[in-house]
Design a protein around this ligand. Structure first.
Ligand code: HSE
Length: 440
């Protein structure tokens, strides 16, 4: 049962975490207080900010220093809305569950926790009759979860393609525009503050996989956890891959992909959720997403194609999404209602990556002599993979040729098996690059 606030009564907001995002949230809550009160219909009062270290100089923030506390567990017991921007699993999960147990709605930016244990949080919110909102958990400032959860609730989302990690987009974009290698660009990204000192979560695709799980859960009304997401990062991308993409009229992007597969009629309906680098045609809207920007491309049955674009990280952009959620849940407190809970009724099976239908771009160095093309074609045929195009370039001096083969869509397992067969052929000197092609 949600509890209605007394008319005009102050809504108490507790903030857990005061890093880059938390500082922006605290600042915006203070400087926009009058507008927020008008929009909510009641004043919002920041009643405390839980921090790990008490002694830090936070004099630059326009908040009463007495609000800082290291006792987050106590703070969550005296708030109507708890905003969690600590990140990570512990202690965030316990604090959120305790907050809900004390009747507080929760706004969080914690993609890792939602991807690992979203159903537990939803169940606790449902039991307490409170809201769980998390727009900032995916693609920072970009409004994408509410459009999927609410605006598209009457439609049928078929596919979501996202560039949801700014660090990797910055690295791949710079590799494309400067010709520099992965390591060199990563170091530049670290120097500019885009990439963390330990960039593993970004470059290995963990961050994008958590966001893919959240997007897929909402889009397909099916529980998808981070562990369900097939994940490949960008550490193996070479300048050769980037050049091969350019020759194809494509760019390389790290994509979070969630799509409906199979059909109800055939009885093989499911969802495929994956994160991997892919060649994207330069004509596709996602190809124009540069630097550290994010974008999410949604295909829905009736709406058709939609694209959401903007800043995926940073204090103020992420705080914008957090504040939007704070206003939404505060309005619910005022009206005594609450927003949508978990919707997992479809409960679709999650297909393994091996079943995903993808296209491959394969670049081979081969001998230039009769029968070579036939043997290469036979390797594809043996695994029932249909070839879409073949391009050959001969180096007359060396007697070798490069072959670029692009396939039609086929199960990923068949494509992987084809590449293995190609690698074993005597006439193949090297499989130079293998990449999936998406977005057409
Ligand atoms: N590290 C993320 C990125 C932002 O590079 O996009 C937070 O999810």
């Amino acid at each position: 049962m949600s509890v209605q606030q007394a008319a005009g009564a102050t809504i108490r907001v507790a903030l857990l975490g005061c890093g880059v995002v938390g500082s922006s949230v605290a600042t915006m809550m203070t400087t926009h207080a009058a507008d927020l009160a008008a929009r909510v219909g009641a004043p919002l009062e920041l009643v405390g900010i839980a921090v790990r270290r008490a002694g830090r100089d936070r004099s630059g923030l326009p908040v009463d220093p007495s609000l800082f506390t290291t006792d987050g567990a106590e703070l969550v017991t005296r708030a109507d809305i708890v905003v969690e921007v600590i990140g990570g699993i512990d202690p965030a999960r316990d604090l959120i569950l305790s907050a809900m147990g004390h009747g507080a709605s929760v706004v969080t930016a914690n993609k890792a926790l939602l991807a690992e244990d979203g159903p537990t949080l939803y169940a606790a919110a449902d039991a307490a009759g409170v809201d769980l909102y998390y727009e900032a958990a995916v693609a920072g400032a970009i409004p994408i979860l509410r459009p999927i959860r609410e605006s598209l609730a009457g439609d049928d989302v078929r596919r979501v393609l996202g560039i949801v990690n700014g660090t990797t987009n910055f690295v791949l974009d710079k590799m494309d525009t400067t010709g520099a290698g992965f390591q060199e660009v990563l170091e530049e990204a670290q120097a500019l503050g885009y990439a963390e000192a330990d960039p593993t979560a970004d470059i290995e695709g963990f961050d994008a996989a958590a966001k893919a799980a959240i997007l897929a859960s909402l889009a397909f009304h099916t529980r998808v956890s981070g562990a369900d997401v097939h994940r490949e990062g960008i550490t193996e991308i070479t300048t050769g891959d980037i050049e091969a993409a350019r020759d194809m009229g494509c760019v390389v992007k790290l994509l979070a992909i969630a799509e409906r597969t199979g059909s109800a009629e055939a009885g093989d309906e499911g969802v495929s959720v994956r994160v991997h680098p892919a060649m994207v045609p330069r004509t596709h809207p996602l190809a124009s997403v540069r630097d550290a920007y994010n974008a999410v491309f949604v295909e829905a049955e009736a709406a058709g194609q939609l694209m959401f674009y903007g800043k995926g990280a940073g204090g103020d952009p992420t705080a914008s999404a957090v504040l939007g959620d704070i206003v939404a849940v505060a309005r619910h407190k005022v009206s005594g209602s609450h927003g949508p809970g978990e919707s997992a009724y479809a409960d679709l099976p999650i297909h393994d990556m091996s079943q995903s239908l993808t296209r491959y771009h394969i670049s081979l160095d081969v001998a230039d002599r009769p029968g070579v093309l036939a043997q290469v074609a036979a390797a594809f045929a043996a695994h029932d993979v249909s070839i879409e195009t073949v391009r050959q370039q001969v180096d007359h001096d060396t007697g070798h040729a490069s072959l670029i083969v692009v396939t039609h869509k086929a199960p990923d397992a068949s494509l992987a098996a084809t590449v293995e067969t190609l690698e074993r052929l005597d006439i193949v000197d090297a499989v130079v690059s293998v990449m999936r092609v998406e977005g057409d």
